[in-house]
Design a binder for this molecule. Structure first.
Ligand code: ATP
Ligand code: MG
Length: 418
């Protein structure tokens, strides 16, 4: 038997209403904040990700699905959405458009990681990118959007953590100070972090291994190396968050795994998620557009993991429903009329269904119950002769007779007026 590969999941019909609900909620909030959907390809040239995410990040070092195309060129399945969005922004010269360039996206991402709850090899992200505005209000806007949409989904135990990563120059000042400290505690760090001292020292502060956290408790702080411009920006961001009532915690250890961030970095965690507690993360990435060949365009954005949201989404949320009307047609003539009626109902916009395998009235009724139909239309040869069908309200059990020709309009009205 052929099975799905490790770390990917089928989304069965029972789960898809929850997913659609999450995606629709995210899109609705994004539109409300002036972000418009962009759909970029699932695969791109490997260079795009290597150059944007950074050669020494976990993603590029060991998590990308990279393969040779038939002509030998190297392609990669997108591990995140920012690189492709920035590439499209540059390629379509959106910097020349004076309107706000605010994009959102949703779709699958691919990373070769060790699969566990909330960590897959094909997973899904919803993200936004806001281009062209260095004003700290743009940072506040995306964090506000993230917070409002997660709150609207009624996810429990959320915390927004933020930090100031400063400008590249600030970090250049800080890195040697940090490296000197890390070397002094090197023997207490995990193998990964020992390697990171040379390649990506900031990431050591973000390591989840408890011994590493203890060893770096007294590490010198990036905050002490920040320029006054970086401090001013961050102060405006925190003041802005307060002005719109978004609660946050300062976390001086928060760094992002990707190279392209500067100034504001943030993460939303959920206390109910266990080890994989990050729901979403983002920050400012002012250098990236230029680094990828565009003009100097500032930007800020975030991405959230939909699997992790789905894990936390309360069972009680109101979800989109299944077909609402069941057509129980039995008898030679009635089966024919019933099939035409089914089509008319659907054309009128009435969600309707019929199980073509059911031959008896009893079998039809059982399926109507299983499908949780709100109304069942009974159509036997007697009804055909009279031109009138019996319609049962499955909740109240009340029955009424309605002329067959009137059924689509009558049911449409009843469903709308519920
Ligand atoms: P983590 O620390 O959990 O590995 P990350 O820093 O690699 O997260 P980002 O690249 O910032 O994650 O992606 C944003 C969000 O996407 C994460 O907060 C998480 O919700 C989700 N995510 C990332 N990797 C995975 C994965 N392999 N499976 C499921 N969701 C993921
Ligand atoms: Mg990761």
């Amino acid at each position: 038997m052929i099975k799905a590969i490790k770390g990917v999941k089928d989304l069965l019909p029972e789960e898809s209403p929850r997913w659609r609900f999450i995606e629709d909620t995210a899109r609705r909030w994004a539109l409300c904040y002036g972000f418009q959907e962009i759909r970029v390809p699932i695969f791109e040239t490997t260079t795009l990700f290597a150059r944007s995410i950074g050669a020494t990040t976990d993603i590029v070092e060991k998590e990308m699905y990279t393969f040779a195309d038939r002509d030998g060129s190297s392609l990669t399945l997108r591990p995140e959405g920012t690189a492709g969005t920035v590439r499209a922004f540059i390629e379509h010269n959106r910097a020349a458009d004076p309107r706000p360039q605010k994009f959102c996206y949703v779709g699958p991402m691919f990373r070769h990681e060790r699969p566990q709850a909330g960590r897959l090899r094909q997973f899904h992200q919803f993200g936004v990118e806001s281009f062209g505005v260095s004003d700290p209000r743009a940072d506040v806007e995306v964090m506000s959007l993230l917070w409002r949409l997660l709150s609207d989904l009624t996810l429990p135990g959320l915390t927004l953590e933020i930090n100031n990563l400063g400008y590249t120059g600030d970090r250049a000042q800080y890195t040697p100070i940090l490296v000197a400290f890390l070397k002094s505690v090197e023997s207490r760090l995990c193998g990964n972090c020992r390697r990171r001292i040379e390649t990506n020292p900031l990431r050591v502060l973000d390591c989840k291994v408890p011994d590493c956290r203890v060893a770096t408790e007294d590490a010198p702080r990036l905050a002490d190396s920040l320029s006054s411009a970086a401090r001013d920006h961050f102060e405006s961001v925190t003041a802005g968050l307060q002005s719109v009532g978004i609660p946050f915690h300062l976390n001086p250890r928060l760094v992002r795994g990707l190279d392209y961030y500067c100034l504001t970095a943030f993460e939303v965690t959920c206390s109910h998620l266990g080890a994989q507690n990050a729901v979403g993360a983002g920050g400012r990435y002012d250098g990236l557009v230029e680094q990828l060949g565009g003009s100097a365009v500032p930007a800020v954005g975030f991405a959230v993991g939909l699997e992790r949201i789905a894990l936390m989404l309360p069972e009680t949320v109101a979800l989109p429903t299944r077909p609402r009307v069941y057509v129980a047609a039995f008898g030679t003539q009635a089966v024919k009329v019933g099939f035409t009626l089914l089509d008319e109902l659907r054309r009128t916009g009435v969600p309707a269904d019929m199980d073509f395998r059911a031959a008896s009235l009893k079998a039809h009724l059982r399926q109507a119950d299983r499908l949780e139909a709100l109304y069942t239309i009974f159509l036997g040869d007697d009804e055909i002769a009279k031109g009138v069908a019996t319609v049962r309200n499955m909740q109240t059990k009340a029955q009424e007779d309605i002329a067959i020709s009137q059924l689509p309009t009558a049911l449409h009205t009843r469903l709308i007026n519920r």
